[in-house]
Ligand binder design. Structure first.
Ligand SMILES: [Zn+2]
Length: 425
């Protein structure tokens, strides 16, 4: 199957833009530019007045938590988790996991997100089903709370998830291991997770150094920062996607460099939960791959990567009193190229021949896109996810001119509402 995206304004990997064609064969981009004479399109998308960017990678979320959007807000992280979130989550059944993740898929696709890294459970098989059915790319792990009564069972189900789904859905699903955090998984437990992950060839997705209190408690209990403790437990040598990384020492950053830790920065969640400001300009300067995530919809409260790019670009400017901190194109790379690398995908996140055809087209009609002095600047500082028009993943069109082709949106909204009401009544 050959698809020609004709006459688009294409964001190239170096940050420049060019009005040209994107030729897609199967799941990959084969050419940006004039199409070879012997290449015939089966389908043509007229992308005149559309801005083509790599599909966004939401590098840290909890998709099924969409059911808890607006359920408990403006609370301290531990109160929020222990009093409100964990008790409801304990009641979640298969259908809650499924419809919550479906709702997330609707929201993410509508916002131009093509890949998401998800930590949740139980029944992550249901999220894998959502990835299969929606056509998106998913990097999934079972969130494992080592200190919980079901800690061992969750660990086992993460192993099973890896065996059953790693590489499934035409390669769109990757499975990682998901020990939740150092404060919910003791060092011995983390050692076992690290050993198993290494044996199976899986990587790790974990929350690290999210709050000041977490770091202080970790130092009190183990004499080490969370990052240093992760080195000792062997977690860092598995290949790690670390969410948050808000409170870091210089030594932590050196360790992250040494072990090629990839960070999922979640500015919206960190601001809402008052967790602090991650040292993103320092991480980027140190060459630490730093991506963007929304975190769950109950701590953000949306899964909008356009908003997350803007928050990242603005937050670090005001934090450092430096308007050059996290420029617009760097924010876009965090949401695309670095995002892909952070979740372990080598050939996505850029619009160039040989990369997977994960492409988002923005409709540039309207005031937010006028005038067009600088499209990257408009994307980050002016546009909204509402102007996402068409989304392609793995060479397949999942949204066309604002219409979702693989998902029954009305049904999903209805079922998600029904599940959320049942869970919280
Ligand atoms: Zn999280």
């Amino acid at each position: 199957m050959n698809t020609l995206i004709s006459n688009a304004t294409v964001l190239l990997p170096d940050g420049t833009t060019k009005q040209t064609n994107i030729a897609v064969t199967g799941d990959s981009i084969v050419k940006i530019g004039a199409v070879p004479a012997d290449w015939k399109a089966d389908m043509i998308i007229d992308a005149h007045d559309k801005f083509a960017v790599p599909g966004f990678v939401n590098a840290h979320t909890h998709a099924s938590m969409n059911l808890l959007r607006s359920y408990a807000d403006d609370m301290k992280l531990m109160d929020w988790l222990q009093k409100e979130i964990w008790p409801v989550e304990a009641k979640m059944q298969d259908e809650d996991i499924y419809w919550g993740a479906m709702l997330a898929a609707v929201e993410m696709l509508r916002g131009g997100t093509t890949t998401f890294a998800d930590m949740y459970g139980p029944n992550m098989e249901k999220v894998a089903e959502v990835v299969e059915q929606s056509g998106m790319r998913g990097v999934l792990c079972r969130g494992i709370i080592g200190v919980a009564p079901n800690g061992e069972a969750a660990f086992e189900s993460n192993k099973k998830l890896y065996r059953d789904f790693n590489g499934a859905a035409e390669g769109r699903i990757t499975i990682m291991f998901g020990p939740h955090a150092p404060y919910t998984c003791p060092p011995d437990f983390l050692r076992r997770v690290a050993e198993t992950a290494r044996e199976m060839g899986a990587e790790i997705h974990i929350h690290l150094a999210e709050t000041k209190g977490e770091v202080e408690d970790c130092i009190k209990a183990y004499g080490k920062t969370p990052i240093a403790l992760m080195e000792e437990t062997g977690i860092l040598s598995c290949g790690v996607l670390a969410a948050h990384c808000v409170h870091l020492t210089e030594d932590d950053i050196s360790l992250m460099q040494k072990y090629h830790v990839r960070v999922a920065h979640n500015p919206g969640s960190n601001m809402k939960l008052a967790s602090g400001i991650a040292p993103v300009p320092k991480l980027l300067a140190a060459g630490v791959c730093t991506a963007l995530g929304t975190d769950g919809a109950s701590s953000n409260n949306n899964l909008d990567m356009v908003e997350e790019m803007r928050l990242a670009a603005l937050l670090h400017k005001v934090d450092t009193y430096d308007p050059l901190a996290v420029p617009a194109f760097e924010a876009v790379r965090m949401a695309t190229e670095y995002g892909a690398r952070a979740v372990g995908l080598q050939d996505t996140g850029k619009l160039m021949a040989g990369c997977k055809a994960d492409i988002t087209l923005f409709d540039m009609h309207g005031a937010a896109w006028t005038p067009r002095h600088d499209l990257v600047s408009l994307l980050v500082y002016s546009a909204s996810a509402n102007s996402v028009d068409t989304v392609m993943v793995n060479g397949k069109i999942l949204m066309e001119k604002g219409e979702l082709l693989t998902l029954d949106e009305e049904r999903i909204l209805y079922e998600a509402n029904r599940c959320a009401e049942q869970l919280t009544k």
